[in-house]
Design a protein around this ligand. Structure first.
Ligand code: NIG
Ligand code: FE
Length: 368
């Protein structure tokens, strides 16, 4: 169990340096989980059972379930309730060697609840040693009250939510779900334009369930990453390569939704596109808290090598967040975010599923 009292490895009064015995162990950069939705209210276990009886994710969403049911529960939850449930999730990630996590809003879909979620995310950042990157995902789904006028909701995101969030400084990036059950290209572009004008980084949930051409649009707006990408075309891959956009692959959602179309990993390789891997931790499409299991899935479901997968949660995870100058590898001048593993080889982290042999985690030079 990791201690809650961080200590610094500094020379003591007697000029002695505290030491950690690393014999027969591996030190790796702290892991970066670059795409999560880990603040949410309620549960979707009933939908899991509906899916076991044959309903699809899209059908459930179209009937008002899916993201909408989490929106209802998140609107009804107090800030403290959301903080307590999210704390358990983030603490578990920390215990698996995660030192940086990105967390999206997007289960509020009204100004009050989006701000409440971002405030919970900020509180997690203040109270946990993990570095938290907050992303505003107001354009995650169309809230029921805007069913007949989707463009009006986009106006609310652009004219009211984005400026307020900018003023409060509680998000650094803006994400959109560009999909037939999310937002179309025109709506996505409106959000990106406004976000870039305000100085936010942008990223996109792109080509997860269909090829909507979102990736090409995101590359035009200098997106840090495009995420999911199962239905991405070769033309889309070429655009990503041209604009140096990181591909964030989410095998948990692929697995949990029983998707059969794999993201074009071989094309990403050929075009030298950095591939990041993440949990996508959320109640609907990837309620999977184990990063170790996600690493294993990336190997077996997406045909990635152990090396690619470990790069995916270190330096390429950093690229997906635009923080590769300070995090994601062990180098002089970078933050001392490290994990000490009791393993024989790094590939054990992909191979020994269910075991999390972290011995010590250091964040910013502090032992956790
Ligand atoms: O990354 N694709 C959209 N958003 C999430 C799912 C959210 C949910 O179902 O609650 C995802 O898969
Ligand atoms: Fe997601």
């Amino acid at each position: 169990m990791l201690s809650t009292n961080p200590t610094r490895l500094n020379p003591t009064k007697s000029n002695q340096i505290s030491t950690i015995d690393c014999k027969n162990k591996w030190i790796l950069p702290g892991f970066i989980d670059c795409h999560t939705h880990l603040v949410w209210g309620g549960s979707r276990s009933n939908e899991f059972e509906m899916r076991l009886n044959g309903a699809t994710y899209e059908e459930i969403s179209k009937k008002g379930g899916g993201i909408f049911s989490t929106v209802q529960a998140t609107r009804n939850a107090s800030e403290d309730e959301l903080y307590v449930s999210a704390s358990k999730r983030i603490a578990f990630l920390l215990s698996q060697g995660v030192t940086t996590v990105e967390i999206k809003s997007g289960y509020g879909l009204d100004l009050k609840t989006e701000l409440k979620m971002l405030s919970v995310i900020d509180r997690l950042n203040q109270t946990f040693p993990i570095t938290v990157h907050p992303t505003f995902l107001g354009a995650h789904a169309l809230p029921p009250e805007f069913k007949s006028c989707p463009d009006k909701y986009i106006d609310l995101v652009v004219n009211t939510m984005l400026p307020q969030i900018k003023n409060q400084g509680i998000a650094t990036a803006v994400d959109v779900f560009c999909e037939n059950i999310g937002f179309n290209l025109k709506q996505t572009e409106k959000v990106f334009k406004a976000a870039k004008n305000l100085g936010f980084n942008v990223k996109l949930h792109a080509e997860q369930l269909s090829d909507s051409n979102g990736t090409a649009l995101a590359t035009k707006y200098g997106a840090l990453s495009c995420d999911h990408l199962e239905y991405l075309s070769e033309a889309g891959v070429e655009q990503m390569a041209k604009h140096d956009v990181t591909a964030v692959l989410l095998p948990g959602a692929f697995y949990f939704l029983k998707e059969t179309k794999k993201p074009p990993v071989a094309l990403f390789r050929n075009h030298r596109i950095p591939m990041a891997i993440s949990t996508d931790l959320n109640p609907g499409s990837s309620p999977i808290h184990s990063l170790n299991l996600i690493l294993n899935m990336a190997c077996l479901l997406f045909d990635m090598t152990c090396e690619e997968v470990i790069l995916g949660v270190t330096i390429n995870g950093a690229k997906a967040l635009g923080i590769e100058d300070s995090k994601g590898s062990i180098e002089v001048g970078k933050d001392a975010d490290l994990a000490l593993w009791d393993i024989d080889a790094p590939s054990d982290l992909c191979y020994l599923t269910g075991l999390t042999p972290v011995k010590t985690v250091m964040i910013n030079g502090l032992i956790q």
